[in-house]
Design a protein around this ligand. Structure first.
Ligand SMILES: *Cc1c(COP(=O)(O)O)cnc(C)c1O
Length: 391
């Protein structure tokens, strides 16, 4: 018996069940067409909603920042890592989101890990949707607060749980805004209403909402007209923004407190000048024009309606996230492999990212796709779907 045997056995079991991730390698900028494992393929699975990942304006801003500030701050934010660029980004984020203030982090994952444990200790209770993102789950695990996992989007169950815990000293409701695997929306207006009744904080993770929902892609709070009523908006700069980073936007006190107590802010080094400058450029573009957002939605409705006409099950999505539901992990995996041979890059997603038996191909629509690109993808989906008996 070797000490690594249990790991070898676990890896073999993942492969056996078709749950072993095939990690592909990108060999070009991320665009509509991307070189993956030596092959130029139509990219249908990056979170590059607005095409910013290879935008000339963002690249120019990043290059200028490297010339001016170098490649790294070489310190955590609270010691010597805060550059004027970070302040500019945070000011613009608050302006874009229409919040009192914003604080940036190294990633959306870090933003959740920073926020939840900073706000609540053992005297608190967290109310969390069962389909919340892994980074929210991990954020909850880092506190001694009690937690109630409510059924997906079930506000009645949430209200009952709040009633049961109404005497808790601190209460935090946390939900994804757009659920990343299904593309459905949190019932945020109803959540805010019950939160106000029970004096609970509301935190929404808008990772797949910003750049997508609301005016100019301001996100889910703007989409529902809830400005000032959601305490904490967590965001990522790594999806629609096409770069890297995360942030919290919200009430001045909360943001100020996270600069004092958010552990990734205090103990992990600050984001690089190039990243921050590229994010500022993305914000400048979005504040000026909503054209990429409109193009994204045009592409989304075109693709979804064609796929539904073909007989594919596209689940409950209300956003550009388009799951093609296939059931078994092995089917999804086989589907994805065949698409790749047809020059379409769309990854299979299976357990543990989604529940067992709910494997799918998750298609991510982007503003950089042309109609011809979408038609190409639709043709290939139809071809593989027929070959595998899915449609
Ligand atoms: C992707 C995602 C994150 C993580 O964001 P990163 O910036 O990639 O770390 C957090 N929450 C949700 C809901 C996400 O989809």
């Amino acid at each position: 018996m070797g000490k690594y045997d249990f790991i070898t056995a676990e890896l073999a079991s993942l492969k056996e069940q078709g749950l072993y991730n095939i990690i592909r390698t990108i060999e070009s900028p991320v665009g509509a067409w991307t070189v993956v494992d030596g092959r130029r393929v139509l990219n249908m699975c990056s979170n590059n909603y607005l095409g910013f990942a290879n935008d000339e304006r963002l690249k120019a801003a990043a290059l200028r920042a490297v010339e001016e500030y170098g490649v790294g701050p070489a310190a955590v934010r609270s010691i010597a890592g805060t550059m004027s660029l970070h302040h500019e980004l945070e000011r613009k984020l608050a302006e874009f989101k229409h919040t009192e203030d914003a604080v940036s982090f190294q990633s959306g994952f870090c933003a959740n890990l920073a926020t939840i444990p900073a706000l609540l200790g053992k005297e608190g209770v967290i109310f969390t949707d069962e389909l919340n993102h892994a980074s929210i789950i991990d954020g909850c695990r880092l506190t001694k607060a009690g937690r109630v996992i409510f059924p997906h989007r079930d506000v009645d169950a949430l209200a009952r749980a709040l009633e049961e815990h109404k005497d808790a000293a601190k209460k935090l409701i946390v939900t994804d805004g757009v659920f990343s695997m299904d593309g459905d929306l949190a019932p945020l207006p109803e959540i805010v209403e019950v939160a106000e009744r029970y004096d609970a904080l509301v935190m929404v993770d808008d990772a797949h909402g910003e750049g997508v929902l609301g005016s100019h892609g301001r996100g889910i709070v703007d989409h529902f007209g809830l400005h000032g009523r959601v305490d904490i908006e967590v965001g990522t700069l790594s999806k629609a923004f096409g770069v890297m980073g995360g942030y919290v936007a919200g009430k001045r006190e909360i943001v100020e407190y996270l600069r004092q107590r958010g552990r990734p802010f205090l103990f992990s080094s600050a984001t690089t000048p190039a990243d921050v400058a590229a994010c500022i450029a993305a914000l400048d573009i979005l504040m000026e024009t909503d054209e990429p957002v409109k193009k994204l939605w045009d592409n989304t409705s075109y693709f979804k309606s064609k796929m539904q006409e073909l007989g594919f099950d596209t689940g409950q999505s209300e956003t550009p996230i388009t799951p093609i539901m296939l059931g078994e992990a092995k089917t999804a995996w086989e589907f994805s492999q065949r698409l790749f041979q047809e020059d379409v890059f769309a990854q299979a997603i299976a357990y543990p990212t989604v529940p067992k038996g709910k494997a799918r191909i998750r298609v991510m629509i982007s503003a950089v796709h042309t109609k011809e690109d979408l038609d190409f993808a639709i043709d290939k989906f139809a071809k593989v779907g027929r070959a595998l008996g899915v449609i």
